[in-house]
Design a protein around this ligand. Structure first.
Ligand code: F6R
Length: 251
């Protein structure tokens, strides 16, 4: 695991975008896993800026998002498809057909989850998956208790995630947040050839400490990724504030 601790969220966004652009320059057909939420927004803005500047083309890149709310269609303003179109896809030259987000309104959500796994396999697997981390250590919508080998499936959101997502950034009231979601599993994520996890702000400090310094356990799903062969964490000082010396020196 490589851990890069930077001054603030702006530096994290720039470093993460450079990391991704570097991987695309080595492999223009990169299969890139993506996350939603507040954390990667700056990275997406930076990727759009670098694309406009001519630093990177996404013409042959294929993307897979981690998750989607069950019951929300892609044109719902709070759907993750809508978020991705607005924050990244509309600002770069990616082919819409190359962007994948689980379908939140699939008639058979379980079949959609299985089909999503098959689409990832058909694309050759994910080369690099960009991840955030929840305050309770979740990754995608893999809430505490998720097994290391879990695959894409329908899950219930925890009360703490519903609360975190209804603080006004996305939904303004807890009752508006869908209770279920389709999510790539911990096993789906761990299958990626490389992982890049971002964490910013003091609210993430305890989750990041458990993810990096804690004993791997489903109680903190992010900790299950510790043994991954190509795992980079880029975080700011606030998120890193509870890490021990070993992690600060690079593990
Ligand atoms: C969403 C996802 C989630 C977020 C996590 C942190 O696709 O993967 O696990 O990464 O909830 O969200 P923010 O970045 O909003 O703090």
């Amino acid at each position: 695991m490589r851990i890069q601790i930077l001054k603030n969220a702006g530096e994290v966004s720039r470093a993460a975008a450079c990391f991704i652009v570097n991987r695309i320059s080595k492999n223009p057909r990169l299969v890139l896993g993506l996350a939603t939420g507040s954390t990667p927004q700056g990275t997406y803005a930076e990727l759009v800026r670098m694309h406009r500047q001519g630093d990177v083309s996404f013409a042959d890149v294929v993307t897979f998002n981690l998750d989607e709310y069950l019951g929300l269609s892609g044109d719902h303003p709070q759907s993750y498809r809508h978020f991705m179109n607005g924050t990244l896809f509309s600002g770069i030259d990616i082919k819409p057909a190359n962007t994948h987000v689980p379908n939140g309104t699939a008639r058979d959500p379980n079949a959609e989850c299985e089909a999503y796994e098959q689409r990832i396999i058909a694309a050759g697997g994910v080369d690099l998956w960009l991840l955030g981390i929840g305050q309770n250590g979740h990754v995608a919508f893999n809430e505490p208790g998720s097994a290391a080998g879990s695959r894409t499936r329908v899950v219930d959101l925890s009360e703490s995630t519903i609360a975190a997502n209804s603080d006004g950034r996305f939904f303004s009231r807890p009752e508006d947040v869908p209770r279920r979601a389709l999510t790539a599993g911990m096993g789906t994520v761990a299958d990626a050839r490389a992982l890049l996890m971002l964490a910013t702000g003091e609210k993430k400090a305890e989750a990041l400490r458990r993810a990096i310094d804690g004993t791997p356990s489903p109680d903190c799903p992010a900790s299950l990724l510790q043994g991954h062969r190509d795992f980079t964490v880029i975080c700011d000082e606030l998120a890193a504030s509870l890490l021990g010396d070993a992690a600060r020196g690079g593990k």
